[in-house]
Design a protein around this ligand. Structure first.
Ligand code: GDP
Length: 444
C-alpha cells in the first residue's frame, strides 16, 4: 500500500508530540530527529531532507507555536505545510492549446517504467473529458510495444497511429501529426522508445523529435518504487532534453515515498499524475496537499468524493432511490451497485482514503477481501435476466443450474437469495415508515 512504512513512522512521532501538554525546544529537536530518520529511510534525497527539517524546525520553535494552546498539533500542521511545499504546493494541469492547434505530448521514460500503460491511461482520461486524442507508436525497437499500445488504445477507445518498426521515430511522429491534422484531431500522444538505462541513443532520438516537431509537453514517466533512482533518471532527462513534468507510476506499490517527496524539490519539475494500479483507469491527478495528507495518515477525503462522483451515475442513483422507496429493487440493481463499487476501486481503496485509515496497522483487522464480492456477482451473472428481475421464479432446478454456472454449491445460491429477500423485506418496512411519517406531516 502506498507510503505504508513512512506513514507508520511519522504517525509514531506525531503520537508522542500530541500526548504532551507542553512542548520544549528539545522536544521539537527530538521529534525532528525522528522525522529525519523516517524520511531518509523512505529514500528521500538527503539534501531535500536537510532543507525540510531546517524549515520545519525554524518555524516550530517559534514562541507562538510552543506557547500556543495545542503545540503538538501546531508542529504537525507545520510539517504538513512544508511537505505540501516540497511537492510543489500547486497542482499542475496539462493545458491544451486552442482547438485549432495540435497539442503534442511526448512521453518518455526507461523501459518498464510504465510508459506505454500510462500514455494510454492519459489519453483515456482526456477522451473522457470530451477531447479527441491520438496515440502514436514511436517505439520501433520492440514490436511488442506497438502491439501493447494498440491493445491499450482499444481498451480506452483511442485510435492508435503506427507504421510498424521500419521507420525512424521522428518520421513516424511527423506522419502522425499530418494524419491528425487531416482527421480533425488536436491532441497527440507520442509513445517513444525506452531503454534499460539512460543512454545517448535514446536521448538523441528524443531530441530529434523535439527539434523537428512543435512538442508542447515532454513528460517523463518514472517508477516510484525505484526511489532515488527515479529522481536521478528525472534529473538526467531534464538536463539532456528538458522535461515539463513527471508522471510517477506504481505509487500503489511504493511503501516509502522517496520519489514522490524528492522529484519536485530536486528537479524543479512538477509531478503531474500518479499511477495507482495496472488498470487503465488507475491514474490520478497529483495534488501535493492531498498527497501530503495521505503520507501523514490524515486521509484524502477530497479524492474519495471525486472518485464517488465520477463512478456513480446520478441518473442511476436517482432511479435506485425510487426503487428503494417502492421496494422494487432486484438482482439487476444489486449487480449495478456492485459494479459502481468496483469502479471506485473496491472497499480497501476506499478505506485507505479515510482519515485514520491511511496506514495498514489500523487496517489489519479490517482488511476487506474484495474477492468476497466475486461470488455473489458470479451467482447473479448465472441467472437469466428474467430470474434477476423476478427472483421469486427461482425454483430448485433453476437454483441447481445457477449454482453450476457460477461454480458454487447450491447452499451459496440459497444464502444469497435469502439475504436478498431479507433486505427487500427491510426496504418495504422502511419505505412504509417513511410514507407514514410523510402522512404525519414530516418532510424527509
Ligand atoms: P514501459 O516499458 O515503460 O512501456 O512499461 P509498461 O507500460 O509496459 O509497464 C510495465 C509494467 O508496469 C506493466 O506490467 C504495467 O502493468 C505495470 N504498471 C504500469 N503502471 C503501473 C501502476 O501505476 N501501478 C502498477 N501496480 N503497475 C503499473
Amino acid at each position: 500500500m502506498a507510503f505504508d512504512s513512512l506513514t507508520d513512522k511519522l504517525q509514531n512521532v506525531f503520537r508522542k508530540l500530541r500526548s504532551k501538554g507542553t512542548i520544549t525546544e528539545a522536544d521539537v529537536k527530538e521529534a525532528m530527529k525522528e522525522v529525519k530518520r523516517a524520511l531518509l529511510e523512505a529514500d528521500v534525497n538527503f539534501k531535500v531532507v536537510k532543507q525540510f527539517i531546517n524549515s520545519v524546525s525554524e518555524r516550530a520553535v517559534g514562541e507562538e507555536v510552543l506557547k500556543g494552546l495545542n503545540p503538538g498539533q501546531m508542529v504537525i500542521k507545520i510539517v504538513k505545510e512544508e511537505m505540501d511545499k516540497l511537492m510543489g504546493s500547486e497542482t499542475t494541469e496539462l493545458k491544451l492549446l486552442p482547438s485549432n492547434e495540435i497539442t503534442i505530448v511526448m512521453m518518455c521514460g526507461l523501459q518498464g517504467a510504465g510508459k506505454t500503460t500510462t500514455v494510454a491511461k492519459l489519453a483515456g482520461k482526456f477522451k473522457n473529458k470530451g477531447k479527441k486524442p491520438l496515440l502514436v507508436a514511436c517505439d520501433v525497437y520492440r514490436p511488442a510495444a506497438i502491439k501493447q499500445l494498440e491493445i491499450n488504445g482499444e481498451k480506452v477507445g483511442v485510435p492508435v497511429f503506427s507504421m510498424g518498426d521500419g521507420h525512424k521515430p521522428v518520421n513516424i511522429a511527423k506522419a502522425a501529426i499530418e494524419h491528425a491534422a487531416k482527421n480533425d484531431i488536436n491532441l497527440v500522444f507520442l509513445d517513444t522508445a525506452g531503454r534499460l538505462h539512460v543512454d545517448e541513443d535514446m536521448m538523441n532520438e528524443l531530441a530529434e523529435i523535439k527539434e523537428n516537431l512543435n512538442v508542447t509537453y515532454t513528460i517523463l514517466t518514472v517508477d516510484a518504487m525505484t526511489g532515488q533512482d527515479a529522481v536521478n533518471v528525472a534529473t538526467s532527462f531534464n538536463d539532456k532534453i528538458g522535461i515539463d513534468g513527471v508522471i510517477l507510476t506504481k505509487l500503489d506499490g511504493d511503501t516509502r515515498g522517496g520519489a514522490a517527496l524528492s522529484i519536485k524539490a530536486v528537479t524543479g519539475k512538477p509531478i503531474l499524475y500518479a499511477g495507482m494500479g495496472e488498470k487503465l483507469t488507475d491514474l490520478e491527478q497529483f495534488y501535493p496537499d492531498r498527497m501530503a495528507s495521505r503520507i501523514l495518515g490524515m486521509g484524502d477525503v477530497e479524492s474519495l468524493i471525486e472518485k464517488a462522483q465520477s463512478a456513480i451515475d446520478e441518473e442511476k442513483a436517482k432511479e435506485m432511490e425510487e426503487k428503494f422507496k417502492k421496494a422494487s429493487f432486484d438482482f439487476n440493481d444489486f449487480l449495478d451497485q456492485m459494479e459502481q463499487m468496483e469502479k471506485m476501486g473496491g472497499m480497501n481503496d476506499i478505506l485507505k482514503m479515510l482519515p485514520g485509515f491511511g496506514n495498514k496497522k489500523q487496517l489489519q483487522n479490517l482488511e476487506i477481501d474484495d474477492n468476497a464480492m466475486n461470488m455473489p456477482k458470479a451467482i447473479i451473472l448465472s441467472m437469466t435476466k428474467q430470474e434477476r428481475s423476478h427472483p421469486e421464479i427461482i425454483n430448485p432446478s433453476r437454483k441447481k443450474r445457477i449454482a453450476d454456472g457460477a461454480g458454487v454449491p447450491i447452499s451459496e445460491v440459497n444464502k444469497l437469495i435469502k439475504q436478498f429477500e431479507q433486505s427487500r423485506k427491510m426496504m418495504k418496512q422502511m419505505s412504509g415508515m417513511m410514507g407514514g411519517k410523510r402522512r404525519g406531516g414530516f418532510k424527509l
